[in-house]
Design a protein around this ligand. Structure first.
Ligand code: AVJ
Length: 330
């Protein structure tokens, strides 16, 4: 563990960049060589992809970010008065922009507040911390750099922590990862703590599919950028235009899947990973799942993991915030 501290910011690095890169490379090789092929959604989010995602959040078709922001704007004060947190923990914090609604509500009732951003990227948490301490007088930021599948234990103890997992990112986990994740969160929380999760609800297929296959083609560009990213990172020779963007609703699994579909028979070389990969014409490579929840489903999963539901708030066209607390010991 490496810790550095300045006046109001500490950063606890549990996952070094080189270690994370090695793990990603290994996963990338096994995904490209698997049948059917699969790529991790992490490849979307290089500098260009993060910029594209930011543009996606402003598309008319992509409602989740807007809906969640509206919910937080409308209900941050309720969330804070129900849970009276002194520490805000944010898993997968990214740029921490929606978090401000919660920090504002906390700052209005207390002058000693703490923010714990948790992200795989050290640069991301440092940038977010730097901005926030400029704007919030007396804010203590204790950041953790880690992978939330392994390093939740690094989240500093505290008596009243509100642990947030926003953006609908919980939908990127498959059901077994999701239940492990909820149990892990339960194991690091106790009396006085609470969790706040943002999730997208099942709705008509058209609305769902259009959110992932918008008219302007931005999501298609976002999807293909995963290939450009592999070209830049690993010296691969993907031709992104030789792949078609596909978003489909998997009704069995109740999730949206994004794929890249090979337009021809082609062979791709990934230099730095030492592999060549054959694609058949029309072969699909899955790049993301984004699970959608039926009403009550995540609440049931939270109960199974040992939480009691405190409140839920829902916004059109079907995005929800769930607030829960660890169930009293039975
Ligand atoms: C940021 C993971 C919540 O699943 O809706 C947006 C990513 N993918 N358009 C989602 C995404 C395609 C997004 N999450």
């Amino acid at each position: 563990m490496t810790s550095t501290s300045s006046s109001a910011v500490t950063v606890d690095v549990r996952l070094r960049a080189e270690e994370w890169e090695t793990e990603l490379a290994t996963e990338c090789v096994s995904g490209l060589l698997a049948t059917p092929k699969v790529l991790s959604p992490v490849w979307f989010y290089d500098t260009e992809g993060s910029q594209l995602f930011d543009e996606i959040t402003r598309l008319p078709e992509y409602y989740p970010t807007r809906a969640e922001r509206d919910l937080l704007e409308a209900h941050a004060v309720d969330i804070v008065s129900l849970t009276r947190p002194t520490t805000l923990v944010e898993l997968g914090s990214g740029t921490s922009d929606k978090t401000r609604w919660l920090l504002d509500a906390m700052a209005a009732t207390s002058d000693r507040i703490r923010y714990v951003p948790f992200d795989v990227s050290e640069q991301t948490v440092r940038d977010a911390a730097a901005e926030l301490i400029r704007d919030y007088e007396g804010l203590q930021v204790d950041a953790v750099v880690g992978d939330f599948h392994r390093h939740l234990g690094a989240i500093p103890p505290g008596d009243r922590r509100l642990v947030c997992f926003l953006g609908g990112t919980i939908g990127n986990l498959d059901p077994s990862q999701r239940s492990a994740f909820l149990r892990d969160v339960r194991s690091i929380t106790g009396p006085g703590d609470a969790v706040l999760i943002g999730l997208d609800l099942v709705k008509d297929v058209d609305t769902l599919v259009r959110a992932y296959d918008d008219a302007s083609g931005l999501t298609a560009a976002f999807n293909r950028n995963a290939l450009s990213n592999l070209n830049r990172r690993f010296g691969a020779d993907f031709d992104p235009d030789a792949f078609e963007h596909l978003a489909l609703w998997n009704s069995e699994e109740q999730w949206i899947e994004m794929h890249l579909v090979s337009r021809t028979d082609q062979t791709v070389t990934v230099d730095a990973l030492g592999i060549t990969v054959d694609f058949r014409s029309y072969e699909r490579m899955r790049t993301e799942i984004s699970a959608k929840f039926s009403p009550g489903q995540l609440s049931a999963e939270l109960s199974d993991a040992g939480f009691d539901i405190l409140e839920t708030w829902t916004q059109e066209p079907g995005f929800r915030l769930v607030l829960a607390e660890p169930a009293a010991a039975r």
